[in-house]
Write a protein that binds this ligand. Structure first.
Ligand code: TXA
Ligand code: MG
Length: 340
């Protein structure tokens, strides 16, 4: 299977160049990636949320390779990425009007719909559940790949299980090195955090994972309130308490307490704040993040990776506003933070 993409062409699909000269994957790179998918290999690809680790969603051996590479428990379901809503009927059954309404409003884009699975969908993708997660991404490289491949691409975020999701091709290579030969370049992910997941397979629409498409916007389309996940909701690894975590212990601190917290630890602190670095306050690294939620989210995972890389004793993250626009970011920060 590793012969599907000849070395010379495969390098066209990878990104050995420095950041300044990186260009998005071209038609040659897409061809190499499609050949790899058809041969049952893994292909990392950009999306507008985070990079995905893709495999042919109808090939059980290929899907198994995703779990091996990620170190992810085999019963965690994967999202299937599609090129167009016309493909929905091949992956889901009993598609409710609500799904068509959300698809019309938010696809292509950073939203995943959980629907009742079509009988042909393999257990490796659904984790044996009766549902399947589906998403039509808007990133042009993802779209080109999906359109050229023609089938569904099963793809979790391209990180090792429990770690920070990648938002650049370089992050993907940090996670997997040579284990994933084909990494399509698509520049930094525009949204920066994972898709909003709405479960429409049950009695009432349920928000399984908040994302940058806000709850209120979804409710406005549906005309009903979204439920929060209960004990009967399907498994979603993004719902585990500790997820998206840097290796360095991470604490959330209110802006007013930040300088004191940094000054009083024994050891080196690294900081992600929206406020500026106070003059004279010693720390290993202080990153001042964008003040708006979209900018903060776009930079978030790259910032956490950069802070992790200084090998401080603690990462302090300044808390973000308690408003709807920040709720998906609050969710990710809460999961990144280590319980005290
Ligand atoms: O933005 C995203 O969603 C990215 C990009 C690559 O598309 N993907 C992503 O995949 O975040 P992953 O596997 O890291 O997270 C997908 C989440 C998991 O929490 C998974 O359990 C949940 O979606 N999921 C997938 N299928 C599901 C299903 N049938 N029922 C419930 N949850 C499901
Ligand atoms: Mg993930």
């Amino acid at each position: 299977m590793s012969d599907a993409a000849p070395g010379a062409s495969a390098s066209a699909a990878t990104t050995a160049q420095p950041a300044s000269t990186r260009t998005p994957a071209d038609a040659v790179a897409i061809d190499v990636a499609v050949a790899a998918l058809r041969a049952g290999e893994l292909v990392a690809f950009p999306t507008e949320t985070v990079y995905g680790l893709g495999a042919d969603a109808s090939n059980p051996d290929a899907v198994r390779r995703i779990f091996e590479a990620k170190g992810r428990p085999a019963d965690h379901p994967l999202i299937v990425h599609l090129a167009s809503p016309a493909q929905l009927a091949g992956w889901a059954r009993a598609i409710p009007d609500a799904a068509l309404a959300l698809a019309g409003a938010f696809w292509p884009g950073p939203m995943t719909l959980v629907l009742k699975r079509h009988p042909s969908v393999i257990d490796g993708v659904t984790g044996g559940q009766d549902t399947v997660g589906l998403r039509i991404p808007s990133h042009p490289v993802a779209h080109a790949l999906l359109a050229a491949f023609g089938g569904g691409i099963a793809g979790p975020s391209a990180n090792r299980f429990g770690r920070i999701s990648p938002t650049t091709a370089a992050h993907v290579r940090e996670e997997f090195g040579d284990r994933v030969r084909v990494v399509l370049e698509g520049g930094p992910s525009e949204v920066g955090i994972e898709s909003t997941i709405v479960d429409l397979s049950g009695d009432a629409p349920t928000l399984l994972r908040p994302g940058m498409i806000e709850r209120e916007a979804i409710e406005a389309v549906l005309g009903v309130s979204l439920r929060l996940p209960g004990t009967h909701s399907p498994r979603a690894s993004g719902m585990l308490a500790s997820h998206y975590a840097p290796r360095t212990p991470t604490r959330l601190v209110a802006a007013d307490d930040l300088a004191h917290a940094v000054a009083s630890i024994h050891g080196r602190a690294a900081v992600l704040a929206r406020s500026a670095h106070p003059a004279g306050l010693r720390c290993a690294r202080w990153i001042t993040a964008p003040h708006d939620p979209a900018g903060f989210a776009r930079a978030l995972y790259g910032n956490l990776r950069a802070l992790d890389a200084v090998h401080a004793d603690l990462i302090f993250v300044e808390t973000v506003p308690d408003t709807a626009a920040w709720s998906a970011i609050r969710d990710r920060l809460g999961r990144a933070a280590t319980p005290a």
